[in-house]
Design a binder for this molecule. Structure first.
Ligand code: SF4
Ligand code: SF4
Length: 250
């Protein structure tokens, strides 16, 4: 069953009343912010405040790592559901602690990054990447919004301390975004959460999607498809192809 706002509220009331979950994770209107923000409904009264509309773009799966030990029902769009499945596959959360409430939501099929890549030269691809990172202020909202960026100590925070901030130069920004893309290879579920979280209009989702297409095309692997999946980066078979990535040499 796919839920809309009325069914979500009704289900949340039922689950909380019956004590089947501790929390229903959804969103509620927030006049101060101007759009719905995450909301942890713990009572029937709370459940009646849950909303669901086109402004509910946040991937709520990002909060599941902090809710270990609590039975949580979570409102999820298709990409959010894939993120939850990936967290289950990576053993970050437990199946018996999470109930996915699949929301009715259109997901547009993205255009192929591999095709774009095959039609462009290195310079054009480089310029697209630079256009995006030049807008970046290294605020890390994209990392914070990503359910799969859950390392307790990020490699970038090890360098940036209150007395030693990250430099806002192209090299640092390139390092951040390319390393993040590699850390998420075979783990990114293309939910769009990182792009939607960016207040500066940086859109590097194509980079993530390009890596996902590469893994799909070459290793028949799609993150967030199965809770039993072994991450593509953690498995090796002698028949695996050794292949250059995104235009590299084979
Ligand atoms: S949210 Fe946007 S500005 Fe902030 S680090 Fe990510 S890409 Fe850069
Ligand atoms: S699309 Fe962005 S937020 Fe979503 S899983 Fe991939 S890297 Fe994380």
């Amino acid at each position: 069953m796919k839920y809309r706002e009325p069914e979500l509220r009704q289900k949340a009331v039922e689950l909380l009343e019956a004590g089947q979950v501790d929390i229903v994770l959804g969103l509620k209107e927030n006049e101060d912010v101007g759009h719905p923000t995450p909301f942890f409904a713990r009572t029937v009264k709370d459940a009646e405040q849950l909303v669901w509309n086109e402004h509910c773009y946040i991937n709520l799966a990002v909060y599941l790592n902090d809710l270990k030990g609590k039975k949580t029902a979570i409102a999820a769009k298709p990409g959010d559901k894939r993120s939850i499945i990936n967290l289950l596959a990576e053993k970050q959360i437990k199946e018996d602690e999470v109930l996915i409430l699949e929301m009715e939501w259109e997901e547009e099929a993205p255009s192929s990054v591999t095709e774009w890549m095959n039609e462009t030269d290195t310079q054009e691809r480089f310029e697209r990447f630079q256009r995006e990172i030049d807008k970046c202020t290294l605020c890390f909202a994209c990392r914070q919004a990503c359910p799969n960026c859950y390392c307790e100590s990020c490699y970038l925070d090890r360098k940036a301390t209150p007395w030693n901030l990250n430099d806002l130069d192209r090299a640092t920004k390139t390092t951040y975004h390319l390393t993040r893309a590699m850390h998420l290879a075979g783990r990114c579920t293309n939910c769009g959460g990182c792009r939607d979280a960016c207040d500066f209009g940086v859109d590097l989702l194509y980079l993530m999607q390009g890596v996902s297409e590469f893994l799909d095309d070459n290793y028949d692997f799609r993150a967030g498809e199965s809770v039993d999946a072994v991450s593509a980066m953690n498995s090796y078979g002698p028949e695996d192809t050794e292949i250059g990535f995104l235009g590299g040499d084979n």
